[in-house]
Design a protein around this ligand. Structure first.
Ligand code: NDP
Length: 234
């Protein structure tokens, strides 16, 4: 039977690519979308990850359609870049609320069914900047670094229950998020990428597919860089 999968922020960018990759591999995929329309051909559930009620409802709808969620990808994320002296408190807390606390809400709701089934895969989409830091992204980097400690704690909590918990740390990926950067900023990052190019969303999705697969049954608590070498040494 097809596995029930839920991808947050699956209406565009990396999340959509992950959803399409897993659906093509035979999984029954639900994606959350916050604004606009759900993507063609995928089961969409409206959800803002800053709301525990929304997250609960999204899982309930996905479960009603596809059965208990066996694989969850906490992908929804935002940036609100600015240097610390100019950063308002809400600019910090809003980013943490979406990226880190949002991941907590998703994992907390997901683990219920997984613990009952005694199997599951939880995958968090962090970032290379979680470990390297990035000027102007202290809020974002803090939220993404927090995801690593959170994921590794869950890996320890759930290891005996057949649930793996892993993190992917993408580098520079061609999506709306990076299109918002100035061309000079994009060039400055890219010149430090040993592979000499930006990632496509599919580059990230294929690694997530591996972590969600049986082939990764003995991988948990891992932080897997998918960054063309950008973060080497961290
Ligand atoms: P995009 O900006 O293209 O897409 C972000 C996705 O997250 C959208 O689906 C968006 O929904 C959703 N989202 C944002 N806020 C919320 C919220 N409060 N509730 C629910 N959904 C929300 O980003 P990417 O595809 O580039 O990024 C996906 C993930 O990968 C993020 O976590 C990002 O931090 C991470 N990442 C990206 C990198 C890159 O270079 N692009 C590098 C490293 C990590 P909506 O369409 O409604 O806004």
């Amino acid at each position: 039977m097809a596995r029930s999968v839920l991808v947050t922020g699956g209406n565009r960018g990396i999340g959509l690519s992950i959803a399409r990759e897993l659906a093509a591999a035979g999984d029954a995929v639900a994606v959350t979308y916050r604004s606009g329309e759900p993507p063609e051909g995928l089961f969409g559930v409206k959800c803002d990850v800053t709301s525990a009620e929304d997250v609960d409802l999204a899982f309930s709808k996905a479960e009603a359609e596809h059965g208990p969620v066996e694989v969850v990808i906490a992908n929804a994320g935002v940036t609100r870049d600015t240097l610390l002296p100019l950063m308002k408190e809400e600019t910090f807390t809003d980013v943490v609320d979406t990226n880190l606390t949002g991941s907590y809400r998703v994992a907390k709701r997901a683990c219920r069914g997984m613990l009952r089934m005694r199997r599951g895969r939880i995958i968090f989409v962090s970032s290379v900047v979680a470990l390297s830091g990035q000027a102007g992204q202290s809020n974002y980097a803090a939220s993404k670094a927090g995801m690593i400690g959170f994921a590794r704690s869950l890996a320890r909590e759930f290891g005996s229950r057949g649930i793996t918990v892993n993190v992917v740390a993408p580098g520079f990926v061609e999506t709306d998020m990076t299109a918002a950067l100035e061309p000079e900023q994009q060039q400055a990052i890219l010149k430090n990428v040993p592979l000499g190019r930006a990632a496509t969303a599919a580059d990230i999705a294929r690694v997530v597919k591996f972590l969600a697969s049986d082939d990764a049954a003995y991988v948990t608590g891992a932080v897997v860089p998918v960054d063309g070498g950008l973060g080497m040494g961290h």
